[in-house]
Design a protein around this ligand. Structure first.
Ligand code: HGY
Ligand code: MN
Ligand code: MN
Length: 420
């Protein structure tokens, strides 16, 4: 029988590759060129359309809310009880892989197809979900669609967020036909489960097929603009410079040093990264006048995340005196660490045992829509191994055998959650 899930992942994986091409094996991945499909791009519109087509083919009733979250409903025999929601996101980071998010969406659709094929009568309705803008690669904050859905920010504020071209999410969604009117009331949802690649090395190194997530790390981003004085690299004496990039370099090393010191001293899972650095005007013979930084700070312990964020903000302001620059700091909406539902963790563990699959419990260093949904609905996450622990990069990969194992465990989890 055709491997529908593999076909969906390979077919959808074309969108965001330049030029579009199908990748069905690790050894034809191009280490330089991955998938780029932030919300609002044509590639993102294409992958959404592909997923909606597959949802309709699977007999789901497809609706969309005001921030472009997509929901596909499979009726249950008892419409009066809370639904089981299952899904993830389809947007990607810049130059990422074809599995981050997409695995969770297409495995949810495949699980519904398998339940249909076996004539399974689910008591609870099942809602397949695709959340908008999980990566923050377009509108400056992560988990955008699910943050609005759970009420942590208003739909109006979400729709007003602008992308680097200055276009609001509202305009982008309207122009691409992904602005909906449906309202998903999470009071009518009992469980949420998300299948996702681990994006780290733990399962792969332990040769463990399934991870069951107990806690998801919190994420704080800090944006800084450092303004010095653009000037001639040849004629400006060293003592007269206000070099924004030299000031930024101090922060890059500070973040790395302090995160390591917290790990060493506290034994914490703290991570700190300056992943975004934009130099203006970025000319070899010009003293940089302006630098923009994007700093990513995470921990499963809120106090750790808060303290590193505070230290970084202070260190940024201290640059002003030391380098004669001005520094503007902004912090977009952040996400607290979130424990997942012990009930759902147990049910995933039982489902895997029923499927004859070994599992381990673990935390997630990556952020996920699940950490938002978990604030309103009993939520669990299933991880499958990432080859070499690589993710958010072109070499992101999970073996097809592991993907099938994940799909089997997800389908069994839906049977157990949706009840017969
Ligand atoms: O950044 C993250 O952890 C997630 O992949 N968006
Ligand atoms: Mn993801
Ligand atoms: Mn991601």
């Amino acid at each position: 029988m055709k491997n529908r899930l593999k076909e969906d992942i390979v077919a959808s994986g074309r969108f965001g590759r330049e030029p579009e091409r199908r990748v069905d094996a690790f050894d034809i991945l191009d280490p330089e060129n991955g998938v780029t499909r932030p919300t609002g791009t044509e590639a993102n519109a294409k992958v959404r359309a592909y997923a909606m087509e597959k949802m309709e083919e699977a007999g789901l009733d497809v609706r969309m809310d005001a921030v472009g979250n997509i929901f596909g409903r499979k009726k249950g025999s008892d419409p009066g009880v809370g639904a089981v929601m299952c899904g993830s996101h389809l947007d990607s980071v810049v130059n990422g892989g074809q599995l981050d998010g997409a695995l969770g969406v297409f495995s949810a659709i495949e699980a519904v197809r398998r339940l249909n094929d076996e004539g399974y009568t689910n008591r609870r309705p099942i809602e397949v979900a695709v959340f908008t803008g999980e990566e923050g690669s377009a509108f400056g904050m992560t988990l955008l669609g699910s943050t609005a859905l759970v009420g942590k920010m208003s739909y109006e504020d979400a729709l007003a967020r602008k992308n680097p071209e200055g276009r609001m999410l509202k305009e982008v969604l309207e122009n691409s036909g992904y602005a909906g009117e449906f309202v998903m009331d999470l009071k009518n949802v009992e469980y949420f489960v998300e299948l996702h690649i681990e994006q780290g090395p733990v399962l792969y190194n332990k040769k463990m097929p399934i991870g069951i997530v107990e806690n998801i790390a919190g994420i704080t981003w800090v944006y800084a603009t450092i303004r010095g004085e653009g000037n001639h690299a040849g004629t400006t004496p060293m003592k007269m410079r206000k070099d924004a990039l030299v000031a930024a370099a101090e922060i890059i090393l500070f973040v790395e040093k302090r995160a390591n010191e917290m790990v060493d001293k506290l034994g914490s899972a703290t991570v700190g990264t300056v992943g975004k650095l934009t130099v203006f005007p970025n000319g070899t013979n010009i003293v940089p006048g302006r630098v923009e930084l994007g700093i990513d700070i995470r921990d499963v312990v809120p106090a750790h995340m808060e303290s590193l964020k505070g230290e970084v903000s202070e260190a940024l302001k201290a640059l002003e005196e030391k380098y004669g620059v001005s520094v503007d700091v902004s912090v977009p909406p952040f996400h607290s660490p979130e424990p997942l539902s012990p009930e759902v963790v147990d049910i995933i563990e039982k489902s895997a045992a029923q499927t004859g699959v070994r599992t381990m419990r673990m935390n997630s260093g990556a952020g996920h829509d699940s950490q938002n949904i978990a604030s309103r609905v009993k939520t669990g996450m299933i991880f499958v191994p990432s080859v070499g622990g690589i993710s958010h990069a072109p070499m992101e990969w999970t073996e097809w055998e592991d993907i099938e194992t994940g799909a089997k465990v997800l389908t069994q989890t839906l049977r157990n959650l949706a009840g017969s």
